[in-house]
Ligand binder design. Structure first.
Ligand SMILES: Cc1cc2nc3c(=O)[nH]c(=O)nc-3n(C[C@H](O)[C@H](O)[C@H](O)COP(=O)(O)OP(=O)(O)OC[C@H]3O[C@@H](n4cnc5c(N)ncnc54)[C@H](O)[C@@H]3O)c2cc1C
Length: 449
């Protein structure tokens, strides 16, 4: 069987890896010259702003100006923005890599909380002990009950169970997991299970050598197993005849395939597939799926307290004028010379603050988020400005392909068109972000192999 994968992000590469592992002939087409999609790593140089734009991101502030940062940051390697992988070794991405015999090294840590004082880790042994009975109860819950719970919001759940530390945990983690601030939109069923992963050793990890080491390792696996990856090759059209996907068109060339796997953000499917070929309800449903947004910040420091190195901290800014009334975010210290992404003696602090895609598009809102991030960074490092060499703040309105919320049900990997499948972080697989994109490959493999 011959498959074509459109897009070399985590979803596309994971799917291609599983297919070649099972003896399929696979061609991957990627429009950029870089592997990794939204999980790519790059240099901050001429063309950086343009690259961000291609992934629905916009720089809202820098200091000094970007031209000067090109010189200051010449020896840095960065990702498109804040990127940590949830669940550590238990997360879908790391588990899938292990299936291919790929063992990458990760810097992992627990999570601290920036409150009136700094609380690291936020979940102490005694807290886990207090929360555990609730988690165990959920683990043994019947499947029908879990389905029911998916319709209950975290807001209701907090009213029922939220006391003391558990209340704070329930207010924070579901928002961090979904990149959505509004607790009334977050499903209790979905997030409780994701929270189990946060109870383990390293709830958040970052790969040594930068995020692109994940894409590069998978690409090497694909090519070693007979697959082909074509960079700089934009697919212009998916050829569909009588409800069946037959092939693709690149420039003027047509190529036939048995199966086509689409991995772009799902809302963009009709840019390369004729919407008239799909049932009207599906077209309407897909066009209305909402992604998630954030403000992403980098602060490059030339000094860092060793106590902070490799750790991550979360914050909650209450009663602010954003959907959900609170803004939740994270500040992370895993990008350093040790993780091979900065020059010796330099540290890159990566942070994000959650907002809706609409809020991310408004400069005023993005600047308010910048203030929130920097206020919390100051609580961790009161004199951070003294050691700061440069900073960049970018808004993103397509962070997670489809928000995992009650009102926004993620689509299945199977489309109404025969032989056309979707993979990536838009589909209803386990986890969110990178994990969701990686796990979508398992769902495709279940259907095809
Ligand atoms: C700034 C930012 C921060 C994030 N932070 C986190 C985080 O902390 N943790 C986490 O888990 N997730 C995070 N995410 C989300 C995570 O990066 C994505 O969920 C994941 O990378 C999506 O992978 P994908 O394969 O589904 O899609 P993509 O990576 O978008 O892959 C689609 C690919 O298709 C290519 N393409 C598009 N059009 C065409 C065409 N016509 N022909 C050929 N190729 C085409 C694109 O160039 C792209 O490479 C973040 C995302 C961003 C942008």
């Amino acid at each position: 069987m011959k498959a074509c994968v459109i897009g070399a992000g985590v979803g596309g590469l994971a799917t291609a890896s599983l297919l070649v592992k099972n003896g399929w002939s696979v061609d991957v087409y990627e429009k950029e010259e870089l592997l990794g999609g939204r999980a790519l790593s790059c240099k901050i140089q001429e063309g950086y702003e343009n690259l961000l734009k291609k992934f629905e991101m916009k720089i809202v502030a820098t200091s000094p100006d970007l031209q000067q940062i090109y010189d200051l940051a010449a020896d840095y390697k960065v990702d498109l923005g804040f990127h940590l992988i949830g669940g550590g070794k238990k997360g879908a991405c790391v588990r899938l890599l292990r299936q291919f015999g790929i063992e990458l090294n990760f810097v992992g840590s627990r999570l601290g909380f920036i409150g009136d004082k700094i609380d690291y880790p936020i979940l102490k042994a005694k807290d886990k002990f207090a929360i555990l009975p609730r988690i165990l109860q959920l683990l043994f819950t019947r499947k029908s009950k879990i389905e029911e719970m998916k319709k209950i919001s975290m807001e209701e759940m907090i009213k029922k169970y939220g006391r003391g530390k558990l209340k704070l945990i329930l207010e924070l983690f579901p928002r961090l997991i979904t990149t959505v601030n509004d607790l009334s939109r977050i499903s209790a069923g979905e997030t409780f299970f994701a929270q189990r992963e946060l109870l383990g050793g390293d709830p958040v990890v970052y790969p040594y050598g930068g995020l692109n080491s994940i894409a590069e390792a998978m690409a090497e696996y694909i090519e070693k197993n007979g697959g082909r990856i074509y960079l700089g090759q934009k697919v212009n059209k998916i050829i569909i005849e009588d409800g069946v996907a037959k092939g693709i068109k690149i420039k003027r060339k047509e190529k036939e395939y048995d199966v086509i796997i689409f991995t772009l953000p799902i809302q963009h499917i009709f840019t390369i597939a004729d919407e008239k070929e799909f049932p009207e309800e599906w077209v309407e449903y897909v066009k209305n799926l909402k992604p998630t947004g954030s403000l992403i910040s980098y602060h490059a420091l030339n000094k860092l307290n060793k106590n902070l190195l490799n750790k991550s901290f979360v914050f909650i800014e209450r009663n602010v004028d954003f959907e959900g009334n609170d803004v939740v975010g994270m500040i992370d210290f895993k990008m350093s010379h040790e993780s091979s992404v900065t020059p010796r003696g330099k540290y890159l602090v990566q942070s994000y603050a959650i907002c809706t895609p609409e809020e991310a598009k408004k400069r005023k809102k993005a600047m308010e988020l910048k203030k929130i991030i920097e206020k919390n960074l100051e609580k961790l490092i009161p004199d951070y400005e003294k050691h700061m060499e440069w900073n960049i703040h970018a808004a993103i309105w397509h962070l997670d392909g489809v928000a995992k919320t009650i009102d926004n049900e993620k689509p299945d990997v199977v489309t109404p068109i025969k032989n056309l499948y979707i993979a990536g972080d838009c589909v209803a697989s386990k986890g969110v972000g990178v994990n969701c994109a990686a796990d979508s490959a398992n769902l495709i493999a279940e259907r095809l192999i």
